[in-house]
Design a protein around this ligand. Structure first.
Ligand SMILES: [Zn+2]
Length: 372
């Protein structure tokens, strides 16, 4: 049976461990030891070296006692900053917050705790279950870097449930975007701003014209967003700026639309720079690729059944955030990102509650115990 006290203790213990992205060594060791204590063993991959970070991804394989296809449950072990010296404060109304000066880390430690408690309870009860795989990734927050270094060939599951979504437990996202980031480097020519401004090529001016013409914000069809997030350039008030760099990102539910948007920016940048006598380079990186899991797919059917078994009201949504599910989908694994008892994530007002933690653990257990 799920044990509320054990779950809350585990969650509070996880919160006390510092696990910023690329610095999850202590968390990784704690989770390994916890798994061992409940009779499971985790294999850590070589991602620590590849990233580089201090911990790799953990994979646990639990042989099934039912002859059914395997299922994968996933959560990540890193948290966003401010993440050092976190402490979980349990309030009389059963809400759990941080002490106010750090994030709580319910993203994604609430997901991790729910999965670990469900596994502990399942093994303790000797409940019949299908083969299960638990994937606990490192460095998810920096655009799923840990999953990017994971060898998906080691997985047998064709269905996955990633516990990493804000919202009421029972909510699940079946659609997530492509996320591209870009850096525009503009080269102008320096000149004295008073003596000979005519001989300069104004790199900041080029950037301004480009950004003014870019379609920032959400597209009319609500499929795509474009943002310029940082800009820097110039060296002094009396110098025509020689260089300007701006960075941004594109998100879209359509991978083709994201690529097309990037090409538009590339073209606009090249034309504007050359018209004004300068040069420009656009660097870009695709962090995750869009996916959509069909509502009539087995993964969605399984989720609806498990949520109902857990006494939850299942509901599908889409998310404009990336998660490890994007990587799983790229490797032929169909699934959902499910809400896991976290709210106001990526802020010091992040919170959860005992009841929501229990609901997430019930969902994890119901998925593990699915009979068909
Ligand atoms: Zn997360």
């Amino acid at each position: 049976m799920l044990n509320e006290q054990r779950l809350v203790d585990l969650f509070c213990r996880l919160v006390r461990i510092d696990s910023p992205s690329f610095g999850e060594r202590e968390m990784c060791d704690f989770v390994k030891a916890y798994l061992e204590a409940i009779g499971l063993s985790a294999v850590e991959d070589g991602a620590a070296k590849a990233l580089p970070g201090t911990a790799g991804n953990l994979l646990v394989k639990i042989p099934g006692t039912l002859a059914l296809p395997p299922l994968l449950l996933c959560a990540h072990m890193d948290t966003v900053e401010p993440a050092r010296g976190k402490r979980a404060v349990l309030h009389p109304d059963r809400r759990i917050t941080s002490a106010g000066d750090t994030v709580l880390g319910a993203d994604d430690l609430a997901g991790l705790a729910a999965i670990l408690e469900a596994a502990a309870s399942m093994l303790e009860d000797g409940a019949p279950h299908r083969p299960l795989e638990l994937l606990i990734t490192a460095a998810e927050e920096p655009y799923c870097a840990g999953a990017g270094a994971f060898d998906f060939g080691t997985l047998e599951s064709k269905e996955a449930f990633v516990f990493d979504l804000d919202g009421d437990v029972g909510l699940a996202a079946n659609r997530a975007p492509t996320i591209l980031s870009f850096t525009a480097e503009i080269q102008g020519r320096a000149a004295h701003a008073g003596f000979s401004p005519e001989s300069g090529v104004h790199a900041v001016r080029i950037a301004s014209e480009v950004i003014a013409k870019m379609r920032l914000g959400r597209s009319e069809d609500e499929q795509t967003t474009v943002n310029v997030g940082t800009i820097s350039g110039g060296t002094a008030n009396n110098i025509v700026p020689e260089r300007c760099v701006f960075t941004g990102e594109i998100r879209s539910f359509s991978d083709e639309a994201a690529e097309a948007e990037l090409e538009k920016i590339r073209d606009l940048l090249a034309r504007t720079a050359s018209r004004m006598g300068g040069g420009a380079i656009l660097h870009s990186k695709k962090h995750v690729k869009a996916y959509c899991t069909r509502p009539d797919s087995p993964a969605v059917q399984h989720f609806f059944r498990a949520a109902a078994d857990a006494g939850l009201t299942p509901r599908l949504t889409s998310t404009f955030g990336g998660s490890d599910m994007n990587h799983l989908a790229q490797h032929g694994i169909s699934g959902l990102v499910v809400a896991n008892a976290m709210r106001n994530v990526h802020s010091v007002s992040e919170n959860t509650s005992v009841d929501e933690l229990m609901a997430a653990a019930r969902l994890a257990l119901s998925l593990m115990l699915l009979k068909e």
